[in-house]
Design a protein around this ligand. Sequence first.
Ligand code: ADE
Ligand code: ZN
Length: 338
Amino acid sequence: MSTDVTREFAFGLPKAELHLHLEGTLEPDLKLALARKNGVDIGQATVEEVQATYRFNDLTSFLAVYYPAMDVLQDEDDFYALAAAYFRRARANGVVRAECFFDPQAHTSRGIEIDTVIRGYHRAVVEARETGLSADLILCFLRDMSAESALETLQSALPYKHMFIGVGLDSDERDNPPTKFARVFELAREAGLHVTMHCDIDQVGSINNIRAALTELGAQRLDHGTNIVEDPSLVAYARDHGIGLTSCPLSNSFVTKEMKGKEIIELTAAGVKVSINSDDPAYFGGYVGDNYLALAQRFDLGRADLERIARNSIDIAWIPDEQKKAMHARIDSFVAQH
Ligand code: ADE
Ligand code: ZN
């Protein structure tokens, strides 16, 4: 292995994290502490026992572990604590901009008010900003729930519109194409919200879902989305329209046994703005610095390759141009020192 990328470089490089599920940052120790605090029986008593339940080999089996874990999140302080812990880790991973997904329906469906969820997460966002970390929230609809439920969720969230900047689509893609949610995304766009959506790896109909997301639903980014390589005309579309991809190598290697590094390299070379992110870091073995490092080591990428990926992440972030310029300047000075 001849990569010149060190751990210090991969972690220190200033970067934006654009594909991060706050619920996916629930580390075993916090899960146990919240279970104890809230009197929730999760069936395990030690970090090792919790870790042993984190066994999955595809998206469906991952989600079957992921949703029940959220039962330990009960009050506003719990949501705050979860997000605040993520922001601490993000800073240690060189993150200068974080756009974080959250899944209100995973909580409202078990009787938690959306107010509790958004206020708790938003409190941590405000605190992160006070420490110099640019941060915002993206509300995701669960695609294995109905389009009506997504519409109700959007309506109930609109009074908090100043607390999130965009909407996304996640959960199980099988039999749940993005077109199912055409109306809710149209309304979200009319409300001035940004739009992204998961186009998960190697799904049945991946390329059709990617095509619909880009050409019918107004997606500005694709979360994962590397199956776009199957259609060169869509690759050209993404390049020409500045569509960003938020790829997650460690997550990919859990749900498909491959980081999809070949696709990341091919798309980057084709001029598509691909970023690297951690998805659900408590479950997939590492935060965003670990993802940069793992990709570099596995595919022999150099510092200049990671620098390009970090610059892509800034370019496709939903922030004003002046903020982007300042973040590129931080990359300039980091690279000059390394
Ligand atoms: N929810 C959390 N992580 C997800 C992923 N990688 N794909 C779809 N839904 C998710
Ligand atoms: Zn995801």
